[in-house]
Ligand binder design. Structure first.
Ligand SMILES: CC(C)(COP(=O)(O)OP(=O)(O)OC[C@H]1O[C@@H](n2cnc3c(N)ncnc32)[C@H](O)[C@@H]1OP(=O)(O)O)[C@@H](O)C(=O)NCCC(=O)NCCS
Length: 197
């Protein structure tokens, strides 16, 4: 079990257990942290995608799709987890229509979603390869889900990378039909996924 897992600990009073996060505490990212987050995203994509994408596909994704969407930073809905002052995981949610892609991605629509009708977006989850499978992704996802639910949303949607599919499926998302997304002439396979809150 990793040191960051949620551990059952005794609360005050007899026979009462609560779940406490040991130390993964997501917080909103600030605009001055974008360069460090861009580095983390590149590190994550290059280190954790090799079983699913070729080197050329990973580099095309980094150049054309993966990255920070500064609109989420402004909305305070892009979260990070840090260790020793360095971000080791990031991911967010959005009340806006854009489904995926960083600032360099052209297919954007910042129109606000309607919580009663639309699904909130889950956006750009990237974990440092040295910290994979330690519960960071789940900690971020739970924080996003709670915030989206508190904003009135009843469903979540995302466009997953191939390496992300098992992670999201383990967290209750259902996969749709895979798509091929053109990234500078290279077809990237992505998978739309959805979850009811
Ligand atoms: C997908 C990603 C965010 C998961 O982050 P993580 O912190 O390693 O995930 P967690 O430790 O919270 O995993 C939670 C559960 O999800 C599932 N899971 C996570 N990664 C998995 C993998 N590579 N293969 C199979 N199941 C996986 C497991 O059930 C896991 O629980 P377990 O470790 O007890 O078996 C991370 O692998 C990543 O950054 N990948 C590269 C970037 C990327 O493609 N991101 C998706 C963008 S849409």
């Amino acid at each position: 079990m990793g040191s960051g897992r949620a551990l059952p600990v005794m609360a005050a009073g007899p026979s009462r257990f609560v779940m406490a996060e040991a130390h993964w505490i997501p917080r909103p990212a600030d605009v001055n942290e974008i360069p460090a987050l861009e580095q983390l995203i590149r590190r994550s994509a290059r280190g954790l995608s090799r079983d699913h994408y070729s080197d050329a596909e990973v580099e095309a994704a980094i150049a054309h799709v993966f990255g920070v969407d500064s609109e989420l930073i402004a909305d305070r809905s892009y979260l990070l987890i840090e260790e020793g002052g360095v971000p080791i995981a990031c991911g967010g949610w959005s009340r806006r229509r854009t489904l995926f892609g960083g600032d360099q991605f052209a297919g954007r629509d910042d129109a606000l979603l309607e919580p009663a009708r639309d699904a909130a977006r889950v956006r750009a989850f990237f974990v440092d390869p040295n910290h994979a499978r330690r519960g960071l992704g789940v900690a971020l996802l739970q924080a996003c889900e709670a915030a989206a639910a508190a904003a009135g949303f009843r469903a979540l949607e995302l466009m997953s990378t191939l390496p992300g599919v098992d992670f999201y499926a383990a967290n209750g998302f259902v996969a749709g039909e895979p798509i091929a997304h053109d990234a500078g002439g290279i077809a990237l396979r992505f998978v739309p996924m959805r979850k009811l809150l």
